[in-house]
Design a protein around this ligand. Structure first.
Ligand SMILES: [Zn+2]
Ligand SMILES: [Zn+2]
Length: 143
């Protein structure tokens, strides 16, 4: 997806939500798509602020919600009550393995697991729509 297309899609979404297109909201979009990490809203807020863009926390948080609801970003719940955000643009499905000590998050895809999940759903007469697969442990450095 080109950035221009992305930007015009985002502007459409803002209009649909009854929100103005502002440099601050566009900065949130740019920040989420340029980074391949899994960050908390506070980290994203700080990153935007460090680029000398004056933005409020409320704007960042609200815009992140809109990005998630409209398929631009993915929100991860790692069970610690702190949501992480990652881009969904040019980011195919993957699962995560998380270090309990340092919080490092590594992405993985395993075809067998994907296939098994489909089979399990089939056995129970489910049509799978999504899954969340997270592994927790200690990374190499933290063991
Ligand atoms: Zn670690
Ligand atoms: Zn990820």
């Amino acid at each position: 997806m080109t950035n221009e297309k992305l930007l015009s899609d985002f502007k459409d979404v803002l209009k649909k939500e009854g929100l103005k297109v502002t440099p601050q909201r566009i900065a949130v979009l740019e920040e989420i798509i340029k980074d391949k990490g899994h960050r908390e809203s506070e980290d994203i807020y700080m990153a935007i602020k460090s680029r000398k863009t004056h933005v409020s926390r409320a704007t960042v948080y609200r815009t992140l919600d809109i990005l998630v609801q409209n398929g631009f970003a993915r929100k991860l719940n790692l069970g610690d009550g702190r949501a992480r955000y990652e881009t969904k643009i040019d980011s195919p499905h993957h699962d995560h393995i998380i270090c309990n000590e340092c919080g490092k998050i590594i992405e993985f895809v395993n075809d067998e697991i994907e296939k098994m999940q489909e089979e399990i759903a089939k056995q129970h007469h489910f049509k799978l729509q999504q899954h969340i697969h997270q592994l927790f442990g200690l990374c190499k450095e933290c063991q």
